[in-house]
Design a protein around this ligand. Structure first.
Ligand code: ZZB
Length: 264
């Protein structure tokens, strides 16, 4: 699986995380892995698994650090992503997802940074898998049914999740991609049409995701951003390359076999 790993710079740590990051000089980035770089304009949140243990790993001392799962750090160490030697990586802090909920990060290309006072919030998502990607997931509720269902649940049960309601509530979603069957907010359309009422409706969400991927890729047309007017198929590699060229993203490959053997 070839992902685009995106760099979301921390602007303000959540109170619970502060004591654990006190000694760090330089920039820390949350690094979600995505298959949909062309949707990055619509990132509203970034999700972590509250019970997952993450690390902050050194990329360049006193300059750059990544917040990712241990498993992702190990994989990255074999892809020349850390300048240290082959297979080498250095963890400088250990935190749970719950520790970082509420942290404000700047998401490349997202229009929601402005609405959120310079960034988007890190929020909890129960279905984040530690065994996939980086364990960090960027949320695009306009185009990802899982993200839409999770966001609605976070708004509805903010107190239960221990978050501020206004962190989850972001106002009108941004239409990015138009498709003939599902309009310009594919995820919202599918979640409502399939009567998905909770992030726990996993079977229906898997089906909705499948439909959203296929329709978006084969029929989708960009209606926002620099590549508006182009098909999703054309725009996807262009947005990806733009993010890589600007230093806001990098390629991250996941060895398929390892994903299967380490999950569960
Ligand atoms: C932004 C995005 C926008 C995504 C979208 C999807 C969609 P897949 O589809 O199962 O092969 N993801 C990444 N890592 C994890 C994880 N550890 N746990 C749970 N979810 C994860 O996996 C790739 C997608 O699953 C990624 O692409 C990420 O969400 C999520 F509009 O990033 B995506 C129709 C989907 N649309």
């Amino acid at each position: 699986q070839e992902y685009t790993a995106l760099k979301l710079e921390v602007k303000e740590w959540a109170a619970k995380a502060q004591s654990k990051v006190d000694g760090i000089n330089g920039k820390v980035f949350f690094v979600p892995a995505t298959l949909r770089p062309e949707t990055m304009y619509g990132q509203t949140h970034c999700f972590v698994g509250p019970a997952i243990t993450y690390g902050i790993y050194e990329v360049v001392k006193d300059e750059t650090y990544f917040f990712i799962s241990e498993r992702a750090a190990r994989n990255m160490a074999y892809q020349s992503i850390f300048p240290a030697g082959w297979g080498q990586y250095k963890k400088i802090a250990s935190l749970t997802g719950a520790d970082v909920v509420g942290t404000l990060v700047h998401a490349p290309l997202s229009v929601f940074n402005e609405r959120g006072g310079g960034g988007i919030r890190i929020l909890p998502m129960e279905s984040v898998k530690a065994s996939k990607g980086t364990g960090v997931v960027t949320s695009v509720p306009s185009d990802s049914p899982d993200d839409y269902a999770t966001m609605m649940d976070l708004v509805k049960k903010a107190e239960y999740y221990g978050i501020k309601k206004e962190w989850a509530e972001v106002g009108d979603l941004l239409p990015i991609i138009e498709t003939p069957s599902y309009g310009n907010l594919t995820a919202k359309f599918l979640v409502e049409k399939m009567k998905i009422s909770s992030p726990k409706d996993v079977k229906q969400l898997a089906e909705a995701k499948d439909l959203a991927y296929k329709e978006g890729f084969y029929q989708g047309k960009m209606i926002y951003g620099e590549f508006a007017g182009k098909s999703v198929e054309e725009a996807k590699p262009l947005v990806r390359q733009q993010l890589i060229d600007s230093g806001e993203a990098f390629a991250y490959a996941e060895p398929e076999g390892l994903v299967v053997s380490r999950s569960g």
